[in-house]
Design a binder for this molecule. Structure first.
Ligand SMILES: O=C1O[C@H](COP(=O)(O)O)[C@@H](O)[C@H](O)[C@H]1O
Length: 247
């Protein structure tokens, strides 16, 4: 397993470089196996990379990409906070995905109604149904944004969701970052991904970046607990990298 830390002059260069490498990784998986799988994330850079891919997808065949989400906000279908809706606007409405391969988390007015635990269990069932012999797929790529306190997906410091070792998907009722109700993949699922990429910009993220690189306890800094089985890549701008020892 390799770990790379790449530092860029500005956020747009970071995002565009990650988008080109995304196209190369997914294209290579499709050439090898005919299909590929990716977990999308929300947040500023998580959506910006999708806009970059909408402009230039390289040789990705979108019709054979399975698309999942690392987390989503448990809000109504049309709520602008929903990561799925943001991903559709930025990318999925502009490329020829196969709707049967797009796997959003349920909204709060969806098939499970306002029952967030049932919605989380429903997403666990979706993962299981696409997992082969395991409990969740081994994704080709899991994208991650990160909060200044080190949260990834909706895994916040010192929470049961971050400590979860058995369930693949859990409900979060009291997210410190609004909106409070969310559904999230857990660390064991993130860590079944072949590649885990962090997309992080801004000085407010520098302490969390440094903590993860120093091998901090994931209970304190959830970002420190996420690794790909083949590669972990940190795409940073100079501000986010500013607390690293060799910055
Ligand atoms: O709430 C969330 O935040 C993180 C990071 O967002 P950012 O805007 O600080 O980059 C995001 O990755 C996650 O999916 C989202 O739900």
């Amino acid at each position: 397993m390799t770990t790379e830390t790449l530092v860029f002059d500005d956020k747009q260069t970071l995002v565009d470089t990650a988008a080109r490498r995304f196209a190369d990784l997914i294209g290579a998986a499709q050439r090898a196996r005919g299909v590929a799988s990716v977990v999308l994330t929300g947040g500023s850079n998580g959506i910006a990379i999708l806009a970059s891919l909408a402009a230039d997808s390289g040789d990705i065949d979108w019709s054979t990409v399975d698309i999942y989400w690392g987390d989503d906000r448990f809000v109504p279908t049309d709520d602008p906070e929903r990561n799925y809706g943001q991903a559709r606007n930025a990318l999925l409405d502009h490329v020829p995905v196969d709707p049967a391969r797009v796997h959003p988390m349920a909204p709060s007015d969806g098939e499970f109604g306002d029952d967030i635990d049932a919605a989380a269990a429903g997403y666990a069932a979706t993962l299981l149904a696409n997992a082969g012999a395991d409990v969740s797929p081994h994704f080709d790529l899991h994208l991650l944004g990160m909060g200044g306190e080190g949260h990834i997906n909706s895994l916040f410091p010192h929470t049961a969701a971050t400590a979860e070792a058995q369930k693949t998907v859990v409900a979060v009722e009291d997210s410190p970052k609004p909106p409070p109700r969310r559904i999230t993949l857990t660390l064991p699922v993130v860590n079944r991904s072949k590649a885990v990429w962090f997309l992080v910009a801004g000085e407010d993220k520098a302490q969390a970046v440094a903590a993860a690189h120093a091998g901090a306890d994931p209970a304190d800094w959830p970002c420190a607990g996420a690794h790909g089985t083949e590669e972990t890549v940190w795409f940073l701008d100079h501000a986010a990298a500013s607390a690293l020892p060799d910055a």
